[in-house]
Design a protein around this ligand. Structure first.
Ligand code: UFG
Length: 344
C-alpha cells in the first residue's frame, strides 16, 4: 500500500487524517516537531486504528533533517502538508515567525520532492484566501482578496509557490484544499482539538466554558449585517475534512486529476452564526455556555460559507455530519480530556 507523509500529523486535522488514511490501509509517516501538539496523540491514533504510525520529531523548516527523513522512508508516494502556524492574532504580532515557518517548510518539501521522487502533494489552504467574498456561497474561482493577516498571506503565497513550482516540474501534481472552519472530534473521543493556552477559536472556547475551565465566552460583535448580528461561518466536522484528504491522495495516486493543480473548497455549504452555534451546542448537550456580547475582533470577516459543489462533483466527497453531531463530538472530547487530567 502507498506510503503517505503527513507533516503536522499530531496536530488537530493531521491526526484525524492519519486515522482515516490508516483505516484505508495506507502506511503513514508523521513528521511533527510537537510545537503545538502532544506525543500522546500517537496513542490515540493507535487506540482507534490498532496501528501506531511511524513518527519523526522534525521541524519541516530543518532542510537537512527533512532530507534525511526522505532518505530513511525512501519510497514516499504522497505528502499531505499540514505543518504550519495558524493563530491569526499571533501572526500579526510575529509576522516573520509565520512567514519563516509556513513558507520555508513548504519550500523545503517542494525542493526535496523531485530529489526523492515524490510526485504528489496536498496543501492545507484556507477560506481566508477569499477575505470577505462579494458573492456567497463562495466558489473556488472567486477573487483572492488582500490577506487580512500574515497568517492568511502565508496561505495565499503558499498557493502561489505551489502553482509556480508544480508547473515548473514536469510530472508533479498538487491538490490544494481550502478549509472552512473545522470543529468536532473523532467519534471515539480519543483524539480532538488540543489548543495551547487560551483558545483563539470559537469551539474550544465554547467547550472549555461549558466544562468550567473558562468563566465566560465573549461573542465578538452582534452588530454585523447578519440575521442575529453575529458573524457567520461554515463549520465542518474535522472527520469529514480528514476524509477529503484521503480522496485527494487517492485521486493523485490513481492519476485521475484533470490538471496538475486542482483546488477545492471543503465546507458544508451551510452558514451558521456564532449565536446559533452557542444555541445549538446548549440544545444538544443540555449544558449552558455563559456568554456576553463584546466588541468586534480585529480582522474578522462578517460572513463566509462555501459552495462545495466542485468537491462534491469532482471528488465525490460530501460533508455528511450534522452540526448537532459535530458539536456533540466536540463536547465528548472535552469531557474525555477533563477525565484524563483529573487528579486521582
Ligand atoms: N468567536 C467569538 N468568540 C471567541 C472566538 C471566536 O465570538 O472566543 C467568533 C469569531 O469572531 C468568528 C467565529 O467565532 O466570528 C469563528 O472564529 P474562529 O476564531 O473559530 O475562526 P475564524 O473564522 O476566525 O478563523 C478560521 C481559522 C483560521 C483561519 C480563518 C480564515 O481558525 O485558522 O478561519 O478566515 F485563518
Amino acid at each position: 500500500m502507498a506510503k503517505i507523509l503527513v507533516t503536522g500529523g499530531t496536530g488537530y486535522i493531521g491526526s484525524h487524517t492519519a486515522v482515516e488514511l490508516i483505516n484505508k490501509g495506507y502506511e503513514v509517516v508523521i513528521v511533527d516537531n510537537l510545537s503545538n501538539s502532544n506525543i500522546d496523540v500517537l496513542n490515540g491514533i493507535e487506540k482507534i486504528t490498532g496501528v501506531r504510525p511511524a513518527f519523526e520529531n522534525i521541524d519541516c523548516v530543518d532542510y537537512v533533517s527533512m532530507d534525511r527523513m526522505f532518505e530513511k522512508y525512501n519510497d514516499i508516494d504522497a505528502i499531505i502538508h499540514f505543518a504550519a502556524f495558524k493563530a491569526v492574532g499571533e501572526s500579526v504580532e510575529k509576522p516573520l515567525l509565520y512567514y519563516r515557518n509556513n513558507l520555508v517548510s513548504l519550500i523545503n518539501l517542494l525542493q526535496l520532492m523531485p530529489m526523492h521522487k515524490v510526485n504528489n502533494i496536498v496543501f492545507s489552504s484556507s477560506c481566508t484566501v477569499y477575505g470577505q467574498p462579494d458573492i456567497l456561497p463562495v466558489v473556488e474561482s472567486a477573487p483572492i482578496k488582500p490577506a487580512a493577516s500574515p497568517y492568511g498571506n502565508t496561505k495565499q503565497i503558499g498557493e502561489e509557490i505551489i502553482h509556480d513550482t508544480i508547473y515548473a516540474n514536469q510530472g508533479y501534481q498538487s491538490i490544494i484544499l481550502r478549509y472552512f472552519n473545522p470543529i468536532g472530534a473523532h467519534a471515539s473521543a480519543e483524539i480532538g482539538e488540543l489548543p495551547n493556552g487560551v483558545p483563539n477559536n470559537l469551539l474550544p472556547f465554547v467547550t472549555q466554558t461549558a466544562i468550567g475551565l473558562r468563566k465566560q465566552l465573549s461573542v465578538f460583535g452582534n452588530d454585523y449585517n447578519t440575521p442575529d448580528g453575529s458573524c457567520i461561518r461554515d463549520y465542518i466536522h474535522v472527520v469529514d475534512l480528514a476524509k477529503a484528504h484521503v480522496i485527494a491522495v487517492e485521486r493523485m495516486l490513481k492519476k485521475l486529476t484533470k490538471s496538475r493543480i486542482e483546488t477545492f473548497n471543503l465546507g458544508t455549504g451551510i452558514g451558521l452564526s456564532v449565536l446559533e452555534i452557542i444555541d445549538t451546542f446548549e440544545k444538544v448537550t443540555g449544558v449552558k455556555v455563559p456568554h456576553k456580547i463584546v466588541g468586534r475582533r480585529d480582522g474578522d470577516i462578517e460572513k463566509v460559507w462555501a459552495d462545495p459543489t466542485y468537491a462534491n462533483d469532482v471528488l465525490g466527497w460530501v460533508a455528511t455530519e450534522s452540526v448537532e453531531e459535530t458539536l456533540r463530538s466536540a463536547w465528548a472530547w472535552e469531557q474525555n480530556l477533563a477525565q484524563r487530567t483529573k487528579p486521582e
